[in-house]
Design a protein around this ligand. Structure first.
Ligand SMILES: NC(=O)c1ccc[n+]([C@@H]2O[C@H](COP(=O)([O-])OP(=O)(O)OC[C@H]3O[C@@H](n4cnc5c(N)ncnc54)[C@H](O)[C@@H]3O)[C@@H](O)[C@H]2O)c1
Length: 252
């Protein structure tokens, strides 16, 4: 198993990509700490992991709130005393399809907080555990729209910010044997899409998107979990400050 004896925190663990990643890490031997603002969803994912023979804990927390992030890491320190892997997946876009002129200050701030601020705060707290142990693997969730998007302004800015922040901590933390890398998925088929768009609109959008991608399909949560697993494992011990596009060749 590739993550034997590792303690891994996965944020956004109630969601499509986060739950796949948490399950995958548990199957590879990690003890998984699941965190999400959706605490019921998080507990359901943990129940499934435990039923499959895995181990871990679930924590409800709004990770855009500094006090809740600090409380989460205090609990981790108290229960486990260390943290080997942090995968920051929590996030989303609450302001898609607005025009530039329609950018709303409140929704913009929420997008930046939910994606970028939560990531920075979790990395800060994880560093306090990882530095003394001289070991850490950090994987942050950017998005292919870090390259720019004509419909997702504050979201793409938050994801671009995550990439540059990841490079910065990779430089700062390398001497402590902590790697930091980012994932940049294109469209990944998660339940949140049909929930938000309705099944019919989502089907049309998914098929049109798949037809544009060189590999002829959209991604799956497992495609992203596989990339996270690689970057979190010791196979990637000499890779840091990188952004890995998981895109089926989109936008090549
Ligand atoms: N699905 C895609 O096409 C796609 C593509 C690129 C990047 N991403 C990114 O991948 C990540 C996971 O997205 P997903 O597709 O699995 O969507 P999802 O909505 O299923 O999962 C997102 C999870 O993040 C949690 N979350 C949101 N705000 C939070 C907060 N403040 N504190 C704690 N948890 C919070 C949600 O409750 C949810 O469980 C997101 O960061 C998203 O931006 C997704």
């Amino acid at each position: 198993m590739r993550l034997s004896n590792k303690i891994a925190l996965v944020t956004g663990a109630a969601g499509g990509i986060g739950s796949s990643t948490a399950r995958r890490f548990a199957r590879e031997g990690a003890t998984v700490i699941l965190a999400d603002i959706d605490s019921d969803g998080c507990s359901r994912v943990l129940d499934g992991i435990i039923a499959d023979g895995g181990a871990g804990t679930a924590h409800g927390a709004d990770l855009s709130d500094e006090a809740q992030v600090v409380a989460l890491f205090t609990a981790i320190r108290g229960q486990y005393g260390r943290l080997d892997i942090l995968v920051n997946i929590a996030g989303g876009d609450i302001e898609p399809a607005a025009s530039v002129e329609e950018i709303d200050a409140e929704r913009m701030s929420r997008n930046l907080d939910m994606n970028l601020k939560s990531c920075i705060l979790c990395c800060r707290e994880a560093t306090k555990l990882m530095k003394p142990q001289a070991y850490g693997r950090i994987v942050n969730m950017s998005s292919l729209v870090y390259r720019g998007s004509p419909a997702q302004f504050s979201y793409s800015a938050s994801k671009g910010g995550i990439f540059s922040f990841t490079r910065s901590i990779a430089i700062a933390l390398g001497a402590s044997n902590i790697t930091a890398n980012a994932l940049a998925p294109a469209i990944i088929g998660v339940d949140a899409f049909p929930r938000a768009l309705g099944p019919e609109r989502w089907k049309v959008m998914a098929e049109a998107t798949a037809a544009r991608y060189p590999l002829g399909r959209i991604g799956t949560p497992d495609d992203v979990a596989s990339a996270a697993l690689f970057l979190a494992s010791d196979e990637a011990s000499f890779i840091t400050g990188q952004l890995l596009e998981i895109s089926g060749g989109a936008r090549l």
